[in-house]
Design a protein around this ligand. Structure first.
Ligand code: 5GP
Length: 277
């Protein structure tokens, strides 16, 4: 029953969006930025076909010409595909406003990954996937949490200038691949980097339009509790993380903004206006 009700609700929401597009009350790019699951899971071709003057067969042609799979769903469009659709429809005849670059840093254990998971579900943002030389943790997936690279591969990327920034942290190297950041910003997404302090400094130096946000714990004792209760690290690694956390806390004043992570929802509500303005 619940599944049927959801399906009916999805159909209703999709029909509303399609008819708004047909009446030129919204563009397909408004739909592409719609948060609702019903719209994120809708096929791109269906949306295109609703545009006045396009219709089903032209929509299919466009998809083929732009090498976008006919089954591609809105939530799965990549930056180059979005760019291609914009060109195809010549929306407003101008390029989209470039998205912002937002750097989030803060000591380990402060809850940065909870924050980025929440932002991943918001189509206004794209959360960068870093490369690292450290070993994957049990629950981590290649290409989702990180790109897990060998020292050699990482070094090749440094030499080729492929990192926007990179740094060493707790004996491993971490870096932000430059190209996807540019591509997503070019199609108007606000790009989030969740990186350590040294990387944040490099981004600030290289891009004066970037915004840096320091995520602070409610208090130091709470942070120690969170760091020492993490079961995935060896005692040595844990001690190193505590020392690093202390050094990271000292860098808070270098950031454009500081937000205290007492409650994730409250923090996100404060972060979004800073990130999207
Ligand atoms: P972890 O090993 O716990 O996933 O991450 C350790 C630290 O590396 C965290 O402070 C995290 O923010 C940082 N980090 C993750 N990716 C990058 C990156 O691409 N560049 C830099 N500079 N730091 C990163």
């Amino acid at each position: 029953m619940a599944a049927l009700a959801t399906a009916a609700q999805f159909r209703k929401e999709r029909a509303e969006v399609k008819s708004a597009i047909a009446r030129s009350e919204m563009t397909i790019f408004d739909a592409i930025n719609d948060h609702r699951e019903s719209i994120r899971r809708m096929r791109v071709v269906e949306l295109l076909a609703a545009v006045p003057g396009i219709g089903k067969s032209r929509a299919a042609n466009i998809m083929e010409r732009r090498a976008i799979s006919p089954t591609r769903r809105i939530g799965g469009l990549g930056p180059l595909q979005l760019m291609a659709l914009r060109k195809e429809l010549a929306v407003g005849k101008t390029d989209p406003v470039r998205g912002n670059l937002i750097v989030l840093s803060g000591p380990g254990g402060v809850g940065k990954s909870t924050i980025t998971s929440s932002l991943r579900g918001d189509p206004r943002f794209w959360v960068s996937v870093s490369a690292t030389t450290r070993e994957p943790r049990a629950n981590e997936k290649e290409g989702v949490d990180y790109f897990f690279y060998s020292e050699e591969k990482f070094q090749t990327m440094i030499d080729a200038g492929e990192f926007l920034e990179w740094a060493e942290f707790a004996g491993s190297r971490y870096g932000t691949p430059r190209i996807p950041v540019d591509e997503w910003r070019n199609v108007g997404k606000h790009v989030i980097l969740e990186i350590e302090i040294d990387g944040a400094r490099q981004v600030r130096r290289s891009d004066s339009t970037s915004r840096s946000v320091f995520i602070a714990p409610p208090d130091w004792d709470e942070l120690v509790r969170r760091l020492t209760s993490r079961g995935t690290d060896s005692p040595d690694r844990r001690a190193a993380r505590l020392a690093l956390a202390q050094a990271e806390m000292a860098a808070a004043s270098e950031f454009d903004f500081t937000l205290v992570n007492d409650q994730v929802d409250t923090l996100i509500a404060r972060l979004i206006p800073l990130a999207t303005a």
